[in-house]
Design a protein around this ligand. Structure first.
Ligand code: 5GP
Length: 188
């Protein structure tokens, strides 16, 4: 990327590559997802469950596009494994505050890579007997899942590469980038 805008982190950081999903495209798609959820849950009050930290920005923007009395809860998970690979073994760092029984739950995820984290979370939430449980993932990496994950709402299918921005980090950095951007190397 040309250093045309020195104020933008993405224009000066050598680890950042091409913009995979620009801000305007993200926001337009999120508006569509919000409309879909509004129509699908008409007359109900869905409980949005965000997976911290990656989904915080998506959850905030998506919720503002849902024209229903939504409620929120968050859980934080950490997966064992290297910085860029999930092992599928997930530890709940912060559990939900609310009881899911009888609730219409929409699990809001940032990115589905192998699908192992999502698989674990869906099983874990199903065991709490919600009235319904659907998944809304902003990004789905193509060709990475052994079994097609059961996602009701998908923002974008992206190629198999490591990305940062719009909530996604490397060692807690880059979450505030407004676009989803390719990340090249330098992971500690
Ligand atoms: P999975 O279990 O599907 O392999 O991995 C899901 C989790 O790994 C995501 O919630 C996210 O925390 C992390 N992850 C997977 N791919 C990426 C990526 O391209 N960039 C970033 N920053 N995190 C990712």
């Amino acid at each position: 990327m040309e250093p045309s805008d020195p104020d933008r982190e993405s224009s000066v950081d050598p680890h950042l590559g091409e913009v995979i999903v620009p801000e305007a495209v993200l926001q337009a798609r999120i508006a569509e997802l919000g409309k879909e959820i509004t129509a699908d849950y008409e007359g109900r009050s869905p409980l949005l469950v965000g997976v911290l930290k990656g989904a915080f920005m998506f959850m905030a923007d998506l919720a503002r596009r849902i024209d229903l009395p939504v409620e929120f809860d968050f859980m934080a998970v950490s997966s064992y494994g290297s910085a860029t690979k999930t092992s599928g073994v997930v530890r709940i760092v912060k559990d939900l505050d609310l009881d899911l029984s009888g609730r219409h739950v929409v699990l809001v995820e940032d990115i589905v890579d192998s699908g192992l984290t999502l698989n674990y979370l869906v099983k874990n939430l199903q065991a709490r007997h919600p009235a319904s449980l659907e998944v809304c993932a902003l990004l789905l990496k193509e060709g990475r899942q052994k079994v097609e994950p059961d996602l009701r709402y998908i923002g974008f299918r992206i190629p198999d590469q490591f990305v940062v921005g719009y909530g996604l980090d490397v060692a807690e950095r880059y979450r505030n980038l407004p676009d989803v951007v390719a990340y090249h190397g330098g992971i500690t």
